[in-house]
Design a protein around this ligand. Structure first.
Ligand SMILES: Cc1cc2nc3c(=O)[nH]c(=O)nc-3n(C[C@H](O)[C@H](O)[C@H](O)COP(=O)(O)O)c2cc1C
Length: 201
């Protein structure tokens, strides 16, 4: 099956290249459907936990994605306990779903975190000065503060964390109009080329 609008046919390598191109543009295009994936962690009680995040970076060579969060969040504590992580993307226009599995590293004081903070806009820094901590129980909905102007300083820096997920499994699903296609790509320890397989959709 060939879909001229996508440029891939029944071609595993082209499908993976298309998925990687989608991740690359989603990291920089705020309007891209895949700009806000769901990421899932393992809760401290062992139950699954998922939430929306903003995709900040994709590195094709390293096979990593990055998002930012607050060290006071539950996901930070969860990843400290168990670094296994999954990410889910759906591009409604392309009719493509991506499911990634891998491991996360959290970066709070290193150069990766410093560079990510330096590149963050005031609007993004704003979240990190919230008091009390995100997720705290409060007496009513508005009973928290985001001190004005502090996003323009480094006040929120101590709460800021960059999370890098290196993935070793990518499952691709395309809802083609003439028939769906599903493929699995798995990278072993040192291999740069994945094991590629078609799956029944
Ligand atoms: C569109 C959208 C984008 C979001 N982006 C982020 C983000 O980049 N980082 C983040 O920590 N939370 C982000 N959130 C909030 C999370 O979905 C979640 O509510 C919050 O981080 C608490 O999650 P946790 O308690 O599991 O740690 C976003 C929510 C929405 C709706």
């Amino acid at each position: 099956m060939t879909d001229p609008s996508h440029g891939f046919s029944d071609d595993l390598e082209a499908s993976l290249a298309h998925a990687f191109d989608g991740l690359a543009s989603a990291a920089t295009d705020r309007r891209a459907a895949m700009h806000t994936p769901s990421v899932a962690t393992i809760g401290l009680d062992g139950s699954p936990r998922s939430r929306t995040v903003v995709l900040r970076h994709f590195d094709r060579t390293e096979r990593s994605i990055r998002f930012h969060t607050d060290i006071r969040s539950e996901k930070y504590a969860e990843l400290q306990t168990d670094p296994r992580i999954a990410a889910h993307f759906y591009d409604v226009g392309e009719k493509i779903q991506l499911r990634l599995n891998g491991r996360a590293t959290v970066h709070v004081t290193d150069s990766l975190a410093n560079e990510a903070w330096a590149a963050s806009q005031a609007m993004s820094r704003h979240c990190y000065v919230t008091e009390p901590a995100p997720g705290s129980v409060i007496s009513d909905g508005g009973n928290f503060s985001i001190p004005k102007g502090r996003e323009l300083t480094d006040d929120g820096r101590r709460h800021f964390c960059a999370v890098k997920m290196v993935f070793t499994r990518l499952e691709w699903l395309w809802l083609g109009s003439d028939g769906h296609r599903r493929a699995l790509f798995e990278w072993n320890e040192q291999a740069s080329t994945p094991v590629m397989r078609w799956l029944v959709p």
